[in-house]
Design a protein. Structure first.
Length: 113
């Protein structure tokens, strides 16, 4: 059973930073594209950023220039560095093995004004 475990969420003031981590197990991590998603209350889950197995990166327009996705295949880990956070970034953040039904349990990010 593939397992994805996110960490690094929390409460931060607007303008602050957080770094999310997602550790994958029981999967040939380097062979898969990975993504970070988020879901705010009352809204649909949306893609925040993705990174292919070859390192190609895509970002949602709302986070370009503020968020950075990266991966460390030796550690089976994908990261999301989030800078210049604003209230609209408040959501539960999930990592996913792209194009599969493998999701993490989510980590809450709350940005206060």
């Amino acid at each position: 059973q593939v397992q994805l475990v996110e960490s690094g969420g929390g409460l931060v003031q607007a303008g602050g930073s957080l770094r999310l981590s997602c550790v994958a197990s029981r999967i040939a991590f380097s062979h898969y594209h990975m993504g970070w998603y988020r879901q705010a209350p009352g809204k649909q889950r949306e893609l925040v950023a993705s990174i292919s197995l070859g390192g190609t990166i895509n970002y949602a327009d709302s986070v370009k220039g503020r968020f950075t996705i990266s991966r460390d295949n030796a550690k089976n880990t994908v990261y999301l560095q989030m800078n210049s956070l604003n209230v609209e970034d408040t959501a539960v953040y999930y990592c996913r093995v792209e194009y599969t039904d493998y999701w993490g349990q989510g980590t809450q990010v709350t940005v206060s004004s």
